[in-house]
Write a protein that binds this ligand. Structure first.
Ligand code: ZN
Length: 241
């Protein structure tokens, strides 16, 4: 084979490889939901501009009883996230309770007061994230009666049909590189998972076990955008299933 033949073959191979990569990306059914739990002010300050740059909207799970406290977002900031940026504000219990330590009546009060306060402030949350991922089986009906979507803290692969009352998630841990999240996304794509919820808490420079540095969050967002994956709030994603 002469040199020009080799070059033509090489070119054809590159084009084929390029189109395969393209097909792999556009054919992925995976929907990514980014979640930010506990209402940290750093989410408004640091995460919002990064996600905005990549056209990503997220779901924030907020404890209504802590809104406006130091390091926690205010109602005005939450309204801006929702109304200006299209983010979803979900409920997470009035005071981030461990529901397994409460009586049924105490649990009911936590959940009812939380929803009352959200509605009073002009929010209508449809998604609820279990605080600590814990809820006694008997109390689940309290949440199911009020919310359409319930997120737990397991990381189980989510394929169709999606159980919207038991959504899994993959939480970021401080000290992790973006690569760990990227690998989980690649795994979800390879396994044809339908939905992957990636969880964050603080987005700053603290040593807290949940903190994600803004630069790491940006790397993750850039990766998602580069892969051409769909990103949605949980509420939006559930309309797809
Ligand atoms: Zn939480």
């Amino acid at each position: 084979m002469n040199l020009s033949c080799k070059l033509i073959l090489l070119l054809a191979f590159s084009i084929l490889l390029g189109s395969c990569t393209l097909v792999d990306v556009s054919d992925s059914p995976l929907i990514i939901c980014l979640n930010f739990d506990d209402g940290y002010q750093e989410v408004y300050q640091n995460a919002l501009p990064i996600l905005g740059k990549y056209g990503i909207k997220a779901t924030c799970f907020v404890n209504s009883g802590t809104v406006g406290e130091p390091v926690i977002m205010t109602w005005e900031e939450l309204s801006e996230l929702k109304n200006t940026h299209g983010w979803e504000i979900g409920a997470h219990g009035y005071s981030h309770p461990n529901l397994s330590e409460l009586s049924l009546e105490e649990a009911r009060a936590e959940i009812e007061l939380d929803l009352f306060l959200f509605r009073d402030k002009g929010f209508d949350p449809k998604s609820f994230a279990l605080p600590y991922g814990i809820c006694p089986q008997d109390y689940l009906s309290l949440i199911r009666a009020r919310y359409q979507n319930i997120r737990s803290t397991n990381d189980l692969a989510m394929h169709r049909p999606i159980d919207r009352l038991n959504l899994s998630y993959f939480p970021f841990h401080h000290g992790w590189t973006a690569q760990i999240i990227q690998d989980r996304i690649l795994q979800a794509m390879a396994d044809k998972e339908a939905l992957l919820i990636i969880g964050f808490h603080q987005v700053g420079a603290s040593e807290n076990w949940q903190d994600c540095a803004p630069a790491t969050l940006e790397q993750i967002c850039r990766f998602i955008a580069k892969k051409g994956l769909k990103t949605m709030t949980i509420r939006e994603a559930m309309k797809e299933f």
